[in-house]
Design a protein around this ligand. Structure first.
Ligand SMILES: *Cc1c(COP(=O)(O)O)cnc(C)c1O
Ligand SMILES: [Zn+2]
Length: 386
C-alpha cells in the first residue's frame, strides 16, 4: 500500500510499480518507494499493539494493494530471545537472539517469499523460478503452493537434503544441477527466456527485500523504538541487511525512531567472504569468490548483486565485517543449543564466534545491546551433525 514508484538503487531511473520489473536497465536492483506521510497517518507505533501477529502487521509499509492477494503462512513476528547464559559467559549484559527459525519453512526466507509471491499474484504471474542453495527454494515452493502458482527450483546436487525434500513435497518442479549456484542461475535464465517464468532471485525483483525489511520494523518494535547498538547478521545475498537499513530509514522519515542506528556487522564464512574482503580493502564492490566453500549453505554466495549496497550499510552504520571458520561455526551450533535451547542454523550460529572476535578487539562493549540473527533452523542441516 502507498507505493509510489520503483527507484533504481544506483542511477536516477524510475519505474512504475503496477507492472512487473526485474533489474534496472543499468543492471542494478530496484527499490520500492512509499508515500510515507500517508502510511504514517494510517499506522503509528501505538497502533501496532492490536495488529496481526505476522509481518502483515506492517501492511501499510508493504507493497500489496489488494488484501485478497496476500499469501501467508504466518511469517514474521518472531521472538527476540534474551540470551542470559551466553551473555553472562561473554560478559555482556544485554545479548539477544532474533530467532528467525520460528518462521514457516524454518528460515527467514519465508518473509521475502511471502511478499514476492503475493506481488506475483497481484501482477498476474503464473510461473515462478529461483536458483537456490537451500532455504530460498523451500520457501518459494511453500508460498507458490499456497498461491496455486507453478514453482521451478534449481538446486546444486549438494544442497541440504531437507531443502530438496521439502521443495518436492510442496509440489515444486525441482531440478538438481551438477554444478554451482551460478550454474543454477543460468538454468533459470534459460527458463525465463523460453517459458516466460518470473525470476525471483535475490534482489532481481524488488519485493523479497520488502518482506525482509520487516525484520527491521520488528527489531524497532521489540526494543520500544530505541534500536540496539549492535546487530550481527549472517550475510549471503544481503537482502536482510539492506532491507533492515531501508526499514530504519522509513521509520525515521515517519518519525517512529530518531537518527541513531545500530552498528551493523556482516558475518561470513572464511571459505566465502567476499563482503568481508571488500570491506577490509575499503572497496565499493566485491570480487567474485572462486571455489567458495562452507557448511553454511546460505552463506555460499560467491558474488552478490547487492554488494555495493551492503558495503554502504556497513560503512554508513560504522559497523564492520567478520569472517569465521567452519569449525567455529559447527562448535557454535552446539554451544548455542546447549546453553540456550535454540538449535540454530549454521549461518545464524556463525554470529557467535564473530561476536567473540568483536569483544576481543574492544569493538563491542559490555553495555552494548547486541542482537544476533539466527536466520534459520538447525533441523534443516541434520547431515552436518550425524
Ligand atoms: C539465505 C540465508 C542467509 C543469507 O541471507 P541474505 O539475506 O541473502 O544475506 C542466511 N542464513 C540462512 C539460514 C539463509 O537461508
Ligand atoms: Zn539504474
Amino acid at each position: 500500500m502507498h507505493v509510489t514508484q520503483l527507484r533504481c538503487s544506483a542511477c536516477p531511473r524510475r519505474y512504475s510499480a503496477r507492472e512487473l520489473h526485474h533489474l534496472c536497465e543499468c543492471g542494478k536492483p530496484l527499490l520500492v518507494d512509499y508515500d510515507l506521510r500517508a502510511a504514517a497517518s494510517r499506522l503509528t507505533p501505538g497502533g501496532l499493539a492490536g495488529g496481526e501477529k505476522s509481518l502483515w502487521r506492517y501492511r501499510e509499509l508493504l507493497p500489496v494493494e489488494d488484501a485478497g492477494n496476500i499469501v501467508t503462512l504466518g511469517e514474521g513476528f518472531t521472538p527476540l530471545l534474551e540470551l542470559r547464559r551466553l551473555g553472562g559467559n561473554l560478559g555482556l549484559g544485554n545479548l539477544y537472539l532474533k530467532d528467525e527459525s520460528a518462521n514457516p519453512t524454518g528460515s527467514f526466507k519465508a518473509r521475502g517469499m511471502a511478499v514476492a509471491v503475493s506481488m506475483a499474484l497481484e501482477l498476474g504471474v503464473r510461473a515462478l523460478a529461483v536458483p537456490s542453495a537451500g532455504n530460498a527454494g523451500g520457501a518459494l515452493a511453500a508460498y507458490a503452493a499456497s498461491a496455486g502458482i507453478e514453482a521451478h527450483i534449481f538446486m546444486p546436487l549438494d544442497v541440504p537434503v531437507a531443502n530438496r525434500i521439502e521443495s518436492m513435497q510442496y509440489g515444486a518442479r525441482v531440478t538438481l544441477v551438477d554444478g554451482l549456484i551460478t550454474d543454477c542461475a543460468r538454468a533459470v535464465r534459460e527458463g525465463v527466456e523460453r517459458f516466460g517464468w518470473h525470476d525471483v532471485s535475490t534482489l532481481k525483483e524488488p519485493y523479497r527485500l520488502e518482506g525482509k525489511k520487516t525484520m527491521g520494523y520488528e527489531l524497532a518494535e521489540q526494543f520500544q523504538f530505541r534500536l540496539p547498538e549492535v546487530v550481527l547478521y549472517p550475510t549471503g545475498g544481503g537482502t536482510g541487511l539492506i532491507g533492515m537499513w531501508k526499514a530504519f530509514d522509513e521509520m525515521e522519515q515517519m518519525g517512529w525512531i530518531d537518527e541513531r542506528r545500530p552498528r551493523m556487522y556482516t558475518v561470513q564464512a572464511e571459505g566465502c567472504a567476499p563482503i568481508v574482503r571488500a570491506f577490509e580493502a575499503q572497496r565499493q564492490e566485491a570480487d567474485e569468490v572462486v571455489g567458495a566453500h562452507t557448511v553454511a549453505a546460505g552463506l555460499r554466495v560467491p558474488r552478490a548483486i547487492g554488494d555495493f549496497l551492503m558495503l554502504e550499510v556497513l560503512r554508513g552504520s560504522r559497523g564492520g565485517a567478520v569472517a569465521v571458520r567452519d569449525d567455529e561455526i559447527l562448535a557454535a551450533v552446539t554451544e548455542i543449543a546447549a546453553a540456550e535451547g535454540v538449535f540454530a542454523a549454521p549461518e545464524g550460529a556463525a554470529c557467535l564466534p564473530a561476536l567473540r572476535r568483536l569483544i576481543q578487539t574492544g569493538t563491542v562493549r559490555a553495555d552494548d545491546r547486541v542482537v544476533m540473527f539466527n536466520t534459520g533452523s538447525g533441523f534443516k542441516y541434520l547431515e552436518l551433525f550425524t
